[in-house]
Design a protein around this ligand. Structure first.
Ligand code: NAP
Length: 289
């Protein structure tokens, strides 16, 4: 893959484009990683409104930036502004990373690798099992595509409050579902599906910044032998995770995914191994602030 690694300039720039970005801990993670490797690269968060995205992406390239992360609400809008697309971007229609190449930006989606990383030890046990995904937005696209590509589930059930959104997602991704049954349900009709799932993933923002909110209030369905994975990383123990843990389920929070998607972006930008422990410590410190 063509990237900037072969000619990594000292003193480069990497940027997070989104709106809002002030709350993001990506600058803490990446600046700690760049410093640890002595690369002299600075990572900055830049708030960009929707109308300003095309010029922001163009200006960054003209400034010689090494790369960028892209967050809400620009992950889909940024795709047509790039010169080439990774397989993950083609499948999900969303990008969270831009990598400088000789001829322009390459769009990547490292949320897919980020989502899968903490599941690796459990992957054999998930094969042919069922997965329930709560939410049908951008993160759910990375989750469903990653699960279809690497976990070979028997069934994926998508829960959405707007069926048109989940149907659209499944239409886009059904070409990757060899042997997996794909279905969409409303939250109110999904009790059995959640109870029977080997893996339940929260890809809604419900519970973010609010320790009492949960996207699935009926915790009696959770049980031992099940994995409950909340993509939210603030707070680290959401109500969903606390209740699943209390019922004996294995829990995974959003921080390992955040670190793993950052690691994949860092690797694409620099060609260097991500200093995982340093970055994780910086993330935990930033979250505590
Ligand atoms: P998004 O594109 O806005 O999608 C959110 C989804 O949740 C939509 O389907 C939305 O439905 C649904 N939703 C919102 N509020 C709901 C509610 N009260 N009840 C039921 N469904 C609801 O957001 P996203 O980018 O996918 O992000 C989703 C979550 O994942 C966020 O918390 C984000 O921080 C997290 N995330 C974490 C990582 C990580 O590295 N850990 C990476 C990416 C995302 P409507 O469209 O109908 O509102």
């Amino acid at each position: 893959m063509t990237n900037a690694a072969s000619a990594l300039p000292r003193g480069g720039l990497a940027v997070l484009l989104g709106d809002p970005v002030a709350h993001s801990i990506s600058p803490a993670i990446h600046n700690a990683a760049f410093r640890a490797l002595g690369l002299g690269v600075t990572y900055r968060a830049r708030r960009v409104e929707a109308g300003g995205l095309p010029s922001a992406v163009q200006d960054l390239y003209a400034q010689g930036a090494l790369g960028a992360n892209v967050t809400v609400p620009h992950k889909e809008a940024v795709v047509p502004l790039t010169e080439s697309l990774s397989e993950e971007v083609r499948a999900t229609g969303a990008a969270n990373t831009l990598v400088r190449t000789m001829s322009g930006w390459r769009a990547e989606n490292t949320d897919v690798a980020g989502f899968l990383a903490p599941l690796r030890p459990y992957a054999p046990g998930l094969r042919r099992g069922s997965i329930v995904v709560l939410g049908a937005g951008g993160a759910a696209r990375a989750v469903v595509y990653g699960a279809l590509r690497e976990l070979q589930p028997g069934r994926v059930t998508l829960l959405a409050r707007r069926p048109s959104q989940s149907e659209h997602l499944l239409r886009d991704l059904k070409g990757h579902a060899s042997g997996t049954v794909l279905e969409t349900r409303r939250f109110a009709d999904a009790r059995e599906a959640v109870r029977e799932a080997a893996l339940v993933v929260n890809a809604t923002p419900v519970g973010m910044g609010n320790a009492e909110a949960t996207p699935w209030p009926d915790s009696s369905v959770f049980h031992r032998g099940q994995i409950v994975y909340d993509l939210i990383y603030r707070p680290s123990w959401t109500r969903l995770l606390r209740e699943a843990r209390d019922q004996g389920a294995t829990t995974i929070g959003g921080l390992p995914m955040l670190i793993a998607q950052a690691a994949a972006a860092f690797q694409l930008w620099t060609g260097r191994e991500f200093p995982h422990d340093v970055a994780e410590a910086a993330a935990i410190q930033a979250l505590a602030r």
